[in-house]
Write a new protein. Structure first.
Length: 87
């Protein structure tokens, strides 16, 4: 990792936040960050709007998500979007 790069800054930020959260929770080995994700550089305004829309609509989608144990068994008829449209 190059010094003074965005990746270096993000790593330092995540390390500092992890330390504070573990201290606050009083759990020195607690997992803090989601695993198996990827970072993505937003390259244009259209992409930014798609990602913002996804973030804002995601809580509503969870209410109907087939992975949500509280959503109920009859989800197929209520699936109003294409999951492949997610960013």
């Amino acid at each position: 990792m190059r010094p003074h790069s965005l990746a270096s800054w993000a790593s330092g930020f995540k390390s500092a936040v992890t330390s504070r959260i573990r201290k606050y929770w009083n759990k020195p080995h607690a997992g803090v960050w989601q695993e198996d994700y990827f970072e993505h550089i937003i390259r244009d305004e259209d992409e930014l709007f798609r990602i913002r829309d996804y973030i804002l609509s995601n809580p509503v989608r969870w209410k109907l998500d087939r992975e949500n144990p509280e959503a109920g068994p009859d989800l197929e008829a209520e699936w109003p979007w294409d999951p492949d449209d997610a960013p």
